[in-house]
Design a protein around this ligand. Structure first.
Ligand SMILES: [Zn+2]
Length: 281
C-alpha cells in the first residue's frame, strides 16, 4: 500500500495546504491518530469554516484555531462524532459564537448540531457526502474545485479501523466504491498529509478489504477460530493497540460474512458455512 508519511508538522501554526485552506494539527499524536487530528480552516466570504475542531485534550489547539482565524468563524463542520474530532466542538462553538454543522443523526447521543446535514446538502460551497463505514455518521465534504475533505473515511497515512457496532464493513466498502466512482483529484484527510490523484490508492484500500475477507473465510474453512486467533493468523501486528484494531476489523468482516450467511458464530468461535454448489437443472 502506498501509505504517505510526513515529518511531524509544526504545532500551533496553520499552514496552507490548498487554495484558501489552512491546516492546523492538534497535539494528539498516537498510534491511531498519526501526528494528530487535522483541523482545516477554510476561507469563506463570511469568515472561516472550521472542519473538525479536534480533541478535548488539547485546549491550546482551540486557542490556536481562534488565533489563526482571528475569531472570524462562520461555522464549525464535523466529519464524524469520534472524540478526536468532536471533543473541542462545544467549546469552540461557544467561544466563537458559531453554529455547528454535522450529519443529521449523530453517533454522540447528547449532541444536536445547529444545522443537520444530509447527503448532497451544500453549505458554504461544500457538498456533504454521506460515507458511513468507519463511523455511522461520517461525512466527507467536497468543494467545487475537486478538493475533498475525507475525514477518517479515507486517510492517507493508514487504513481506517472499522469497528462494530458503530463501524460497518458493507457500508465502508460501499463508501469506498462511491469515492472511486466520484474520482475526485485531491484529498485532505482527517489525519496525515494531502494526497493528489488518489483513485488507485482508494482502489487498493478496497481490494485489501476484499482480499482480507476472503482470507478470513478461507481460514475458517480450514478450522473454526475465534476473532483473536484470526487476527493473530492474518495480521502480524506487534503493537497491542494495533493488534486490537486488527481484531476490530476482523469482527466487522465476520459480521458482514455472517449477514451474508457465509459464516456462523457459536460463543467466541466462528465457522465457515460450506459454499453452496448451484447445479444446473
Ligand atoms: Zn480521527
Amino acid at each position: 500500500m502506498a501509505f504517505m508519511k510526513e515529518p511531524e508538522p509544526e504545532r500551533g501554526v496553520a499552514h496552507e495546504v490548498a487554495d484558501g485552506v489552512l491546516r492546523l494539527v492538534a497535539r494528539n499524536p498516537g498510534i491511531m491518530t498519526y501526528h494528530g487530528t487535522n483541523t482545516y480552516l477554510i476561507e469563506d466570504k463570511g469568515g472561516f469554516l472550521v472542519l473538525d475542531p479536534g480533541p478535548a485534550t488539547d485546549p491550546q489547539h482551540i486557542d490556536d484555531i481562534l488565533q489563526a482565524t482571528g475569531g472570524r468563524i462562520a461555522a464549525v463542520l464535523l466529519s464524524h462524532g469520534h472524540t478526536d474530532h468532536i471533543g473541542a466542538l462545544d467549546e469552540l462553538c461557544a467561544r466563537a459564537d458559531a453554529p455547528s454543522y454535522a450529519y443529521r443523526t449523530p453517533i454522540v447521543e447528547d449532541f444536536v448540531p445547529s444545522v443537520k446535514l444530509d447527503d448532497g446538502d451544500t453549505v458554504f460551497g461544500l457538498t456533504a457526502i454521506f460515507t458511513p463505514g468507519h463511523a455511522a455518521d461520517h461525512l466527507c465534504f467536497a468543494r467545487g474545485d475537486g478538493l475533498v475533505f475525507t475525514g477518517d473515511h479515507i486517510m492517507t497515512w493508514s487504513s481506517s479501523v472499522v469497528s462494530p457496532p458503530g463501524g460497518n464493513m458493507e457500508q465502508f466498502v460501499a463508501s469506498l466504491k462511491l469515492m472511486i466512482d466520484r474520482n475526485d483529484p485531491s484529498y485532505l484527510p482527517g489525519h496525515g498529509p494531502r494526497m493528489d490523484n488518489p483513485r488507485d490508492y482508494v482502489r487498493d484500500l478496497m481490494q485489501r478489504r476484499i482480499d482480507r475477507e476472503e482470507a478470513i473465510y478461507r481460514a475458517l474453512q480450514r478450522r473454526p477460530l475465534s476473532p483473536s486467533q484470526l487476527s493473530r493468523t492474518l495480521y502480524s501486528k506487534t503493537d497491542p493497540l494495533l493488534q486490537m484494531a486488527a481484531e476490530r476489523n476482523v469482527l466487522s468482516h465476520l459480521a458482514k460474512l455472517e449477514r451474508e450467511g457465509r459464516v456462523v458464530q457459536r460463543d467466541d468461535v466462528w465457522t465457515a458455512v460450506p459454499e453452496r454448489h448451484v447445479s444446473a437443472v
